[in-house]
Structure formats: structure tokens, C-alpha cells
Ligand binder design. Structure first.
Ligand code: BES
Ligand code: ZN
Length: 597
């Protein structure tokens, strides 16, 4: 047995062996809630290593075959070692110098962390089951035995069989029509890391939104989704004008049932999105700009380790804001940006008390679940750092630099240190008179003093109004003329719960906030309701928490419940009714908040 080491959250020996391609042949069984079949890995044994080591978790390995031998390969590791919570366990396969193909026969478990199997009641149509995967950060190993580290890029293909009633889709070249045999072939010709492998299966239909883009959804959602995303073609064109040609062929969106734990996931060619962004007025489509932006930052140029996560998300938030500015104007993008900056400030306030080290852009997630590194730091501090650089060098030089960066690292991965070296060579040293504190931004805690300010006139107006309401304790001073979703969010976040305690009912009957169907406004309003003990909203809050599985909305509400003993009881009761509809990612987070572990 080789000595087993864990590097960047992976057991795999990717330094010794190149993984070139994975071919999956899987059958989707909705009854048993399993994927069963094989993964055939094409490898190049560049170092003559006697072992191939793969990451697995919650997988039942049946057998391993080598192409150059008809005998079952020795695969001791998987049987001997115990699973290490989020890391799973290594599958050690003895191979020869010339082994180029290894087939792993396996089956997933019904509670595999990456897989969410939805019962018909959990879908919009209510008649058919649904399956979707979520592989980021290190959950791919729960449905594909692989080298589960972002540093490893490979092409993939798949033969998927399923009940012919349903349509399977992958983060690959997709089929748009169901076929009678329920047999589908997929091909992903561009190299991707394991966290971008994705599969969804359900009663899904397609609507085109242009020659290179469209939307998939349950039929009941298709019209609404197509209307909401009608600017998609312009968005792709705008993004390409900014930072280079779109590299992935098609760009489609799949709208998932509400239990999807994230807002969006940038699966290449096929962004997965929560239905909570479909507000009916396009007010939450910046999330699509975000996932689209990942087609450059993240999917083309990928963070080498999860410690470098800010290179994925910080660049993407920056890019997202540039897309929004280009399409909808600076006043609007500043509004979005200032709201994010306020969120960052409140995250910083918390983290500086509890985990100041986690406020650095470059993280240290050794021995920790990479999921712990997902916070506004990578996203918004990362974006503000890039905005600071833009301000220092001017947009013209900055954009030229970014184009060069995307071009230089395309199809590769990048570490924070490689980024710094590239920055020094292509920007810092070219303009020696301009001084920028990039090391402080990347390696120090908290927010540097030269964080750019964002001055949205619209939000300033709202903030002033909130201050008056707070001072005079009079909600009739609220004037919502010209309000959009983000005006509402800013207002609700700036009202002091105490000051409007007696005005809650008046607010609710004037603006129908409890009955709102805008998930962002609902979340902010319900938070005030819990804080103020405004119980008329209780049934609405419960309905929301039972129907929405997006972690970002669940966290603040359950945290508020958990802050008092009665609230905690109530929160737990709601959780018991809701948890079946939550993805494991959300469920685990909420369990921690409700102290149920
Ligand atoms: N790639 C992320 C989602 C993610 C990050 C999943 C880390 C698992 C681990 C995606 O691009 C994302 O950032 N989604 C955000 C939306 C965005 C607009 C900030 C989300 O889900 O809220
Ligand atoms: Zn993202």
C-alpha cells in the first residue's frame, strides 16, 4: 500500500498520474435513488507509479478492471480505510506503467451528498420525480470516482439511461429532445475540473432564447423563465465584448425546483439556477450575469485550490457588475454593488470577532471542509480588491490586463501566487508611479483602508428615508414611488426593528409584504417580523421556509429564530417539517444553527 496523503482536499495522486478523460455509463434509478454503472478513466502514467488513487465518498465499489488485463484489479484501499467525513476515502488501484484505461464499476447511495432526489411533490408539476447534482466544492466524489481537486482538468463523456418519460441534461453538449429508449449520449470536449460535472433528470422542456442560448425548466415554469431571461443573448454578447469570446459553444440555463441549495451554479454550458430569481420583473437576473461570468473566471481560468477560491468568486462578482453596468447602466450596477458591500461589512463585523483569519482573501482551509470558506470575503472583498485596482490604473489599462489574464490562464488553473506574479509583471511594474497594496488585500485580515466607496444616489435616498422613519417612529413616512426590489431590500435592512415595532401591521397592510412573492424582499421582511414578534406573518414565514431550500435565505431566518429560547423551539419545529425538502448542503448548515448535531 502506498502512503496516503491528503493534498488540497484530495487523496488522489494527480502529480504522478494525468487524468485525461472520464467516460460515464450510468443508469438513473428513481425507485432506488441510485446511479449505477461504471466510470472509465483514461490516464497517462507519466511517473510509472504503481498506483492510481481516486477520491470516493459514499460509493459502493463493485469491481475495478484494467484495460490491459482481464483480471479484476487489486483495489485494497477502498475496503481498508474508513470514511473521513467530508473527504471520504481513497480508492487505491494497482496499475502498470502502461495502463491507460481503468474501469470502476460502482453504485451511488440514496443519500449521496451531491445528489438530490426529489419526490414528485417537491417539484412544480407535482407529478414526476427529479434528480439534480451539485458537485462543488468536493461532492463530485459522491457520484463519480475521480481526482476530485480543482487542479485536475479532464474532458468527459457519458451514456445515461433513464425512464424515457424524463430528459437528462449534463454540463456538456446536450440533447434537446426526449427519445423513446431513454438512452442519451453526452460529450464535454473542453477540459473541466470535477466540480463542474453535473447531471439533472426530470420532466424538463426547452425554450430557445437565441441561436446559442435558451432555458430548460419544468413545463409549468417555462413561460415565466423565458420572459425573465429574455436579455440572455445580450448578456452573452456584452460579456464577450468585455473579456473575450465565449469559449463553450452554447449557454443554457436550467431552472431547478426550489430545493436547489444555491442561487446558481456555473455548470459549463448549462447554469443551474434557483427558481427564487424569477421575480416576474427581471429584478434578480444579476445572478445569471454572475453564473455567465464564471464561463471566464472559474470555468476557463480555475482556482488551483479551494484556498484560492477568491480567484473564482471575486473575479466573477467584479465581472458580473461590469456586465450589469453594460446592460442596465451604472446607477443600477452601483446599487447592486453597494448592497453587496454592506453585506460584506456586516460579515466582516461577525468574522473579525469569531474567525479573523477567514477574512483574508487567501484562505487556509487545511483540515477543514472547503464549504467553510464560502463567504462574502471571497465574493465581495475579492471584487472590491479588483475595483481598487481598476481605480488605481484606470479602466483602459485594467481591462487590457484582465483580457491578458483570461487569455494567459485559459484552460488552466491559477494560484494566488501565480496571479500576483502575473499582476506584478503585467501591471505593477509597467506603472511604477502607481502604488497598490495588493499584498495587504490578499494576505491581511479585515478590509484595507483604501476600499473603494460606492455612492448610489438611489440607495442614499432610501437610507435617508429609513433614518427619518427610525427617528420619528412613523412608518407612514415611507414613500415607495419608483421602488424596485433593491430599494425595498435597502429600506428593510435600514429600518430599526424597535422603531417600527408598532408600525409592522400598517406596513404589511399597505404594501402586502408578508404575501410578497419576491424571495429577496420576503427574506428581509420576515427577518423584521421575527425580530418584532409580528405573528401575523408566521404562516407566511413557515410556508417560505418549507418551500424554499436556498441556503442564503434559510441562514438568516433560522439564525434569528435560534437567538431566543422560544424562537429556537419554533425554528426546530419548522425545520422538522421542512428538512425533507432541503438539500444536504442546506440541511447540515441549518442543523448547526439550530444546535441539533
Ligand atoms: N459557484 C457558486 C456556488 C458555490 C460556491 C457552490 C461554493 C458550492 C461551493 C456560484 O457561482 C455562486 O456564487 N452562487 C451564488 C450566487 C451569486 C449571485 C453570488 C449563490 O448561490 O448565492
Ligand atoms: Zn459564483
Amino acid at each position: 500500500m502506498p502512503e496516503l496523503t491528503i493534498r488540497n482536499h484530495s487523496f488522489s495522486n494527480y502529480d504522478s498520474i494525468n487524468l485525461k478523460h472520464i467516460h460515464l455509463a450510468l443508469n438513473v434509478d428513481f425507485q432506488k435513488k441510485t446511479l449505477k454503472g461504471k466510470a472509465v478513466l483514461n490516464i497517462e502514467n507519466v511517473s510509472g507509479c504503481p498506483y492510481l488513487i481516486l477520491d470516493t465518498r459514499q460509493l459502493e465499489i463493485d469491481k475495478v478492471m484494467l484495460e490491459d488485463s482481464s483480471e479484476t484489479a487489486w483495489s485494497l484501499g477502498n475496503q481498508l480505510s474508513k470514511e473521513q467525513s467530508f473527504l471520504g476515502r481513497p480508492l487505491v488501484i494497482s496499475i502498470g506503467k502502461n495502463t491507460s484505461k481503468v474501469a470502476v464499476y460502482y453504485e451511488t447511495q440514496p443519500d449521496a451528498a451531491a445528489l438530490m432526489w426529489l419526490a414528485p411533490e417537491q417539484t412544480l408539476g407535482g407529478k414526476h420525480p427529479f434528480l439534480f447534482t451539485q458537485s462543488q466544492a468536493i461532492l463530485a466524489r459522491t457520484w463519480v470516482p475521480c481526482m476530485d481537486a480543482p487542479a485536475v482538468k479532464f474532458t468527459y463523456s457519458a451514456d445515461i439511461t433513464c425512464d424515457p418519460k424524463y430528459l437528462p441534461l449534463m454540463s456538456a453538449e446536450n440533447n434537446f429532445k426526449r427519445n423513446r429508449e431513454g438512452k442519451y449520449h453526452f460529450n464535454m470536449p473542453q477540459p473541466v475540473p470535477s466540480y463542474l460535472m453535473a447531471l439533472a433528470v426530470g420532466n424538463i422542456e426547452f425554450r430557445s432564447l437565441g441561436d446559442n442560448c435558451g432555458v430548460f425548466a419544468e413545463p409549468e415554469m417555462l413561460d415565466k423563465a423565458a420572459r425573465e431571461f429574455s436579455d440572455l443573448k445580450r448578456m452573452i454578447a456584452g460579456a464577450s465584448e468585455l473579456y473575450g469570446e465565449y469559449a463553450w459553444g452554447r449557454y443554457d440555463i436550467l431552472v431547478l425546483p426550489p430545493s436547489f441549495p444555491f442561487g446558481g451554479m456555473e455548470n459549463p454550458r448549462l447554469t443551474f439556477a434557483t427558481p427564487t430569481i424569477i421575480a416576474g420583473d427581471k429584478s434578480l437576473v444579476s445572478l445569471i450575469a454572475h453564473e455567465l461570468a464564471h464561463s471566464w473566471s472559474g470555468n476557463l481560468v480555475t482556482n488551483h485550490t479551494w484556498d484560492d477560491f477568491w480567484l473564482n468568486e471575486g473575479f466573477t462578482v467584479y465581472f458580473e457588475e461590469r456586465i450589469m453596468e453594460k446592460l442596465y447602466g451604472k446607477a443600477y450596477s452601483d446599487m447592486l454593488s453597494e448592497i453587496s458591500l454592506e453585506e460584506l461589512r456586516s460579515t466582516l463585523e461577525d468574522l473579525m470577532k469569531t474567525a479573523p483569519g477567514d477574512t483574508k482573501l487567501k484562505l487556509n482551509l487545511k483540515d477543514r471542509d472547503p464549504d467553510d470558506g464560502v463567504s462574502d470575503i471571497a465574493y465581495v472583498k475579492g471584487c472590491m480588491f479588483l475595483r481598487m485596482l481598476e481605480n488605481a490604473y484606470g479602466r483602459k489599462h485594467w481591462d487590457a490586463f484582465l483580457n491578458g489574464y483570461f487569455n494567459h490562464f485559459r484552460w488552466k488553473t491559477v494560484t494566488t501566487e501565480q496571479f500576483i506574479a502575473y499582476l506584478e509583471e503585467h501591471l505593477v511594474s509597467k506603472f511604477p508611479k502607481i502604488k497598490v497594496n495588493y499584498r495587504e488585500w490578499i494576505y491581511e485580515i479585515d478590509l484595507p483602508g483604501n476600499c473603494p466607496q460606492i455612492n448610489s444616489a438611489e440607495l442614499a435616498r432610501v437610507k435617508k428615508m429609513a433614518a427619518e422613519v427610525n427617528a420619528r417612529k412613523d412608518v407612514s413616512l415611507v414613500d415607495t414611488a419608483g421602488f424596485t426590489t433593491h430599494h425595498w431590500m435597502h429600506l428593510l435592512r435600514n429600518l430599526e426593528p424597535d422603531s417600527i415595532k408598532t408600525g409592522m401591521k400598517q406596513m404589511d397592510s399597505t404594501y402586502h409584504l408578508s404575501a410578497s412573492t419576491n424571495a429577496e424582499i420576503q427574506c428581509d421582511w420576515y427577518l423584521l417580523c421575527i425580530k418584532n414578534g409580528y405573528h401575523e406573518a408566521d404562516p407566511y414565514i413557515e410556508k417560505y421556509l418549507v418551500s424554499v431550500g436556498r441556503r442564503k435565505f434559510l441562514i438568516p431566518l433560522y439564525e434569528e429564530f435560534a437567538s431566543t429560547p422560544e424562537g429556537l423551539k419554533k425554528g426546530r419545529n419548522i425545520f422538522f417539517r421542512a428538512e425533507d425538502g432541503y438539500h444536504a448542503v442546506s440541511r447540515n448548515t441549518i442543523k448547526k444553527i439550530l444546535r441539533m448535531e
